[in-house]
Ligand binder design. Structure first.
Ligand code: F6P
Length: 743
């Protein structure tokens, strides 16, 4: 029932109750007043005529009638009778009601043992109620008899009816007034609320660590629309993903194409070591692969990769479990420089991230990019074992591969996921090979991005630069007979995280991390975990720590921020410069606030394996993710997954895709150093109850929207697409079949 209606009904009920109680109280009181009034009047009139009555008492009817008639001149007196002491009627006026004879009255008086003078009672007659009083007539102190007066009470009933009507009118007027005032107040409040909402939506309201209203609305919409669908299938986990593959895609193997491999074999002085790269893509896709089996085609970049793979570059992983294969593709140094460092990371990476780094586009890098995409596309086609395989192409390294694969495998279901932001069409227009990039992606059956905004930007870019028809209703691009769907799939992590199985408890992690950092047991700790990349806002993060200490002196000597920074893309000058700047900044801040052994910033520049990373997440009071622009950022979700104690606060940049999912984090603008410093202070002061409330809600979100659901949703969409294409008959054309693999 609407809130307003409920309130009005309650109000009316209250008013009715008050009116009813008021009516009863009022009639009772007026009754009492009238009765005592009539009693006094009876006594008065009989006393006033007492002499006359006493004088004529002995003469009976003839002597008494005149006096009795006199008494009935009062219009409310219906009738009067004179009774002897033994109950004989001596005289009575004509209208005196026979029901109340002298004997009857005297019997009542005796029965009640009443001595009051006058004795009174109220009686009901068929025509209405009457008031009866018996007043003693005396001569020289001796009682002679009684005069009975009957007063008509119908006027009293009339008055009661008038009172009742007046109260009813008052009730209706009050109800109407109250309802009108409530509705006006509600309307005014609604106006204020809607204008606040309008202000919030137009961005006038300060975020104050809160999520954008739009983000919450989008999140609520997504949760509501998915809850029904999902409730039927139970939680997403490896089993459900496997059964989805079996049900929807007849249990086919999945081929992943990604530049980064999930297990890198490195030579070390003590032998070959397996490394897990610091990569969001790997974090997300590795559990999917373990659940589905298949082949992961990737660049073999480790120094011991060749010697650990077979002649065709295959190696079974994960070590000891061996549920799927990596197919390693070997690149020459020139290829790696041009395709990976050059076009991918000096061109597309800064193009797609609004982090104020200029993209560099070199023709020779582009040529390598085209050649290497072809090389990987060929490797994928070598790995498939059917005419219509399912291929998951990952990221900006392989924008051209989907079309290249499509040319060889027209029936393939190709899902391409772009792990970084897709910027505005204007920005994409900077790239000299924008048409080729977009056309390459349109070889996919589905092109996925983290957010709807990135999808819209992609569709705009297609609209601006390509010959195609855009089906805006279906969010699809139609080119000739082919359709590519464009869909948002916010990526996530596995749940529960398997690395946590072997980890010590949170108190043990707290103690061991503080010990290895040389901190006291009660030191406050903040953590940042990143590749050393300029999009991650690491400089801004350290500056925010500086602000925290300058604006909130109580945290000096107590708070330490540890930054785990994995060196990344160090062949690129900008990354080396960033490394130097971060180091200098940490030194500067430590010089400003350090005292004795205390250093507010600890910079650990090295690759850290997941168990160490998760130990740090569990040890910290807060985790600050300060990306200047990030497609999703899975560090934020990992921190949430690590905190099974439901404590710890996430401070999160509003420019990450994760900020749309993790709305209970303290959301900040990383460029606003004061705001970020204040958010960290708020995190350090936050009560455990509030931490629990925020953390448990985020944990629910990540556990439900985990990576199995991400992959499952893409695969179900792909299966639907295949079904529709089969029905439309396009795929069964002999010419198409003839071009399939091996023919
Ligand atoms: O964010 C894009 C991305 O490809 C991620 O998938 C991954 O976290 C990161 O970049 C890895 O970069 P690289 O493979 O160059 O080390």
């Amino acid at each position: 029932m609407p809130r307003l209606l409920r309130f009005l009904l309650l109000l009316l009920f209250g008013l009715a109750l008050v009116t009813g109680v008021g009516y009863v109280a009022l009639t009772r009181t007026t009754h009492r007043w009238f009765e005592s009034d009539l009693r006094a009047r009876s006594l008065f009139v009989v006393t006033a005529t007492n002499q006359m009555l006493a004088r004529n008492w002995e003469q009976g009817r003839e002597g008494l009638m005149e006096a009795l008639e006199d008494i009935t001149r009062d219009e409310r007196v219906m009738g009067v009778a004179a009774c002897s002491l033994d109950g004989q009627r001596l005289a009575a006026t004509s209208a005196y009601p026979l029901d109340y004879g002298c004997r009857w009255v005297l019997a009542r008086i005796e029965q009640e043992g009443a001595e009051a003078n006058p004795w009174t009672t109220t009686e009901a007659l068929p025509g209405g109620r009457v008031h009866l009083s018996a007043v003693t007539v005396a001569a020289e102190g001796k009682p002679l008899g009684r005069v009975l007066l009957v007063h008509d009470l119908s006027y009293l009933e009339r008055r009661e009816a008038t009172t009742r009507n007046l109260l009813l009118v008052a009730f209706f007027v009050l109800s109407l007034g109250a309802a009108t005032i409530t509705m006006i107040a509600e309307r005014l409040a609604f106006r204020v609320w809607t204008s606040e909402l309008r202000r919030a939506l137009s961005g006038e309201v300060t975020r104050d660590f809160k999520p954008l209203v739009g983000d919450v609305r989008e999140l609520a919409r997504r949760l509501a629309s998915e809850r029904d669908r999902e409730a039927r299938g139970g939680p997403w986990n490896p089993e459900r993903l496997r059964s989805t593959l079996t049900t929807h895609l007849e249990g086919e193997r999945v081929i992943i194409l990604a530049n980064r491999e999930p297990y890198i074999h490195e030579k070390t002085p003590t032998g070959v070591r397996v490394q897990h790269p610091a990569s969001g893509l790997v974090t997300a896709l590795e559990p999917v692969m373990r659940a589905c089996s298949g082949v992961w085609v990737a660049h073999g970049s480790g120094s011991a990769d060749k010697e650990t793979a077979d002649a065709r570059g295959h190696v079974k992983v994960p070590p000891g479990e061996e549920s799927y294969s990596i197919r390693r593709v070997w690149l020459s140094e020139a290829e790696e420089n041009g395709y990976y460092y050059g076009f991918s990371n000096e061109g597309l990476w800064p193009l797609c991230h609004v982090a104020h780094a200029r993209p560099v586009f070199r023709a020779e890098d582009w040529e390598h990019y085209v050649r290497v995409n072809r090389k990987f596309a060929d490797a994928v086609c070598e790995e498939v074992d059917s005419e219509d395989p399912i291929i998951l192409v990952q990221d900006y390294h392989f924008a051209l591969a989907p079309r290249m694969i499509r040319e060889r495998l027209p029936r393939a279901t190709i899902l391409t996921f772009w792990h970084i932001p897709w910027p505005s069409a204007e920005r994409i227009g900077i790239c000299p090979w924008r048409e080729e990039i977009i056309s390459g992606l349109l070889g996919s059956s589905i092109v996925g991005f983290h957010t709807r905004e990135h999808c819209n930007n992609f569709i705009d870019a297609v609209d601006t630069f390509m010959e195609s028809r855009i089906d805006r209703e279906a969010n699809a691009i139609v080119q000739g007979a082919r359709r590519s769907l464009v869909r948002p799939y916010p990526i996530s992590i596995e749940w529960p995280v398997h690395w946590l199985e072997e980890l010590p408890s949170v108190p043990d992690c707290r103690a061991s991390v503080r010990k290895e950092l040389g901190l006291s047991a009660d030191a406050l700790l903040g953590v940042g975990i990143d590749r050393l990349d300029y999009t991650k806002g690491i400089e801004e993060r350290l500056q925010a720590v500086d602000e925290l200490l300058s604006r909130h002196p109580e945290f000096r000597d107590r708070f330490t921020f540890v930054q785990l920074a994995a060196p990344s893309r160090t062949k690129i000058a900008r990354y080396r410069e960033l490394n130097d700047r971060v180091e200098a900044l940490a030194d500067e801040i430590n010089a400003r606030w350090g005292k004795g052994d205390y250093r507010p910033i600890i910079l650990l520049r090295a690759h850290h394996e997941p168990p160490t990373v998760f130990r740090y997440y569990r040890a910290a009071e807060l985790c600050y993710v300060s990306s200047l622009h990030d497609g999703m950022n899975l560090v934020a979700k990992e921190f949430v997954a690590a905190r099974d104690d439901e404590l710890g606060v996430l401070v999160l940049s509003q420019f990450t895709g994760a900020a749309r999912d993790l709305t209970e984090a303290l959301i900040v603008n990383p460029y606003d150093l004061g705001q970020a410093g204040d958010a960290m202070a708020a995190a350090l002061r936050m009560s455990e109850a509030e931490q629990r409330e925020r953390m448990s809600s985020m944990r629910r979100m990540v556990s439900e929207f985990n990576v199995y659901r991400w992959a499952g949703r893409m695969l179900v969409d792909a299966a639907e697409l295949r079904r529709r294409e089969r029905v439309s008959g396009r795929l069964s054309a002999p010419a198409v079949l003839a071009r399939a693999i091996g023919s």
